[in-house]
Structures are given as structure tokens and as C-alpha cells.
Design a protein around this ligand. Sequence first.
Ligand code: AMP
Ligand code: ZN
Length: 402
Amino acid sequence: MSATLRSERIALDPPLPAALRRDVEQGVYYCSDLIADARVDRAAGAWIELDLLGVSDAELSDLTRVVRDWVERTVASSLAYEDTIAREWGRPEAGFRATPEQVLASADLHSMGEGLVAYGPRLASVFGALRELWDRLAAEVGATPLVLPAVATLEHMQRCDFLRQFPQLLSFVTHFREDFGVIDRYAEACRRGDTESACAPPAQDMSSFRRMLRPAICYHVYPCFEGEQLAGDLRLVHAWGDCFRYESRNTTGLDRLFDFRMYEVVALGSADAVHRWRSGMMERVVERFEALGLPGRLKTSNDPFFVSGSVLKSTFQRAHDLKYELEVPFPNREGHLAVASFNEHQDFFASRFGITTRDGEVASSGCSAFGLDRILAALLVHHGTDVNAWPAPTRQTLGLNT
Ligand code: AMP
Ligand code: ZN
């Protein structure tokens, strides 16, 4: 029997600042697994509405307090800022050719639940073409390729200071303890059991959690340069692969996956060189989006926060223009989808990995990250699910005509 659902509106006084509304709506799910859906008053920030699963009156008052406290802490630890739109292009009014639901229903897209998707041959070839488009851009700016692991150690991610800032996104990897009895007992349970729960390993049989799935590409780049003094003003590398973020109930369609593919170009060098590189990169990328026939805008943004420390970091990013996002109009609640980001980390990573400039100063770093699944989703909603009917310039830009 399914749990009953009740909707509760929690008044927010003072109202939630505009710049926090999206992230609060997406972050509130991590407060309780009884929250099935959440809506923030986007117009005035005066309330948050929660759809709750099988909650009693007593549980409701506890949960309301937890959510209120979390929102209060979030507001208290944020900095005031206003969004900047650096650039806007294209004709959003041209409209969409497909809904996200039609995209998901495409015969070439296999949705496997839990934020996992697979592409059949037709979409896989578009996906490959997209990757090659970024490969050409990376080569144009002088970036060289790296191949990196999809798993990161706890020690490494602690060194990158990721753990305390974004714990809600983490997915740990573990395995059985080296113990024949434990492993044999498990194999026997799976032989007999035909349900998922029969095959769920008991926590005490597992090893400690010392590895995790990478949440982004660039964390593995810094150890490749550990202790190095850079020879030139700027060193550029690129890599791509699967990244993993636990997005709780925000997981939807193609645009918010648990396992998604990211392409990154990463820069190391003097602060000035990295800053100039990021500006140049934004120009080049906007050109590519125009060539793909995708309208969009470049806007200051922040990483998703949940715990108080990360709210401060997120709003600091915004206040100092450390993160820009490239957004494409998209038929979701925001009206836009962030498909790429352009980040400056100042000397944050280079200081942790002892990377210096040719002048012997601590280096700076920056990265531009492209969500390949999201760009594919944007192409499909803007140009339709029939790839053969896409506009000629789009197909040409992707090299699909040959
Ligand atoms: P970020 O490191 O948060 O700036 O992410 C880089 C890019 O990865 C974003 O601009 C998105 O295009 C993509 N991305 C981030 N999270 C997800 C997700 N859960 N599902 C699909 N793409 C994502
Ligand atoms: Zn990065």
C-alpha cells in the first residue's frame, strides 16, 4: 500500500532572497526522505510547499522545524548579491520542437531509472559528434588530452576540500571485507533469494568507505601536476567521462542524472592568464552554441549548497564572479538549463597540490565544464527528436552530414 501524501505550506518570514530560491527548492530534499516534492514561491520567496509521504502531525512539526532551521541557516550564511547576465544570444521565442517527455520516449534512449540512461546507435553518434566538437575546440586553444579514473579516494577528495562542502552529492564505493565466510554467505543468499532485499549486503560485511565516484573531472587533474613548476604562462588539458552526483528527488529525465557525462578543459597558470583564458573560452563556446542553433545566456552562478559552509562558498563564488553558467532555454521550472560552466578557482587547488607558475608563485586554476547529456537534451528539445530533420547548420557543425 502506498503512503498517503499530504501537502504543507511553510511560511518564510523574512522572505527568501531571489538568488537562493532555486537552490533551496532543490536542496530541501536532503533535509528528509519523507519529502516527495517541493516548490518554493519563485515570485516572492514567501513560502515553501512540501508534498510529504505518510507524515503524522507530530512528525510534521519536527520536519517543519528542521526545514525552517535549514532555510534560516542557509540565509544567514549567504552573502547578498545580484545576478549578472553577461551575454544573451539567439531567439528563445523560436520555441521548442519537442518536450522533455518526448525526448525520454525516443526509441533510441533507454532510461533505466535512478538517473541512469543509455543511448542507442543514433543518439550515440550525436553524442560522439558532440564530444568531437569539444575535442576540436580543446585542440584549438592548445589543450592536451588526459585519461582519468572515475573513482576518487577519500583522501584525495578531502585534499580537494570537497567532502565538507558537498556531502549531499557523494556516492561511496565499497566491497566485501576479505573474508571467505562473508563472501560465501552472500553468494548463497543471492542463489536462494530472488528479491533485491535478499541480495542487499549487510553493512557489517562491507569494507570501510574509502573510495567514491567522481563528482567532476577536474579533481583528478591537479595530482597529475603535483609539485610542478609550470614552464609557460598557461597549461591547458582536457578530459571527459562519467561523473556522479546524488541528486535525490531532483533526478529527472536527461537533464538531471545520477551518472552523467562531463567534458572539461582545465587551465593552470598565472591568475591573469587563467582569467583571460576563461573570457576567451566563453567567447568561443558561445560561438559554438550559435552554430548549433541553440539560443542562450551567460550568467553568474554558484555550486549547489546544502550545508552552511558551502552556502558561504557558493555565494562567495557569485559575489566574485568565479562561476559563470551557460544556460539554454528549456521547458522546465526554471525556464533554462545550465549546460556548461566556466570556473575560476583562484589558487585553491594549486596551493593544495604545490603547483607553481614559472615565476615561482602559487598557480591559479580554472575549468570549463560541459554537461554532454544536457547539451544533447537541449539539442533534442530545440530541434526535435528526429536528428535527420535538424537544421543543416546544426548538422554541419556536428559533422553529421558526411
Ligand atoms: P558543475 O561542475 O556543477 O558546473 O557542472 C558542470 C556541468 O555538468 C553543468 O553545467 C551541467 O551541464 C552538467 N551537470 C551537472 N550536474 C548534472 C546532472 N546531475 N545531470 C546531468 N548533467 C549535470
Ligand atoms: Zn572543473
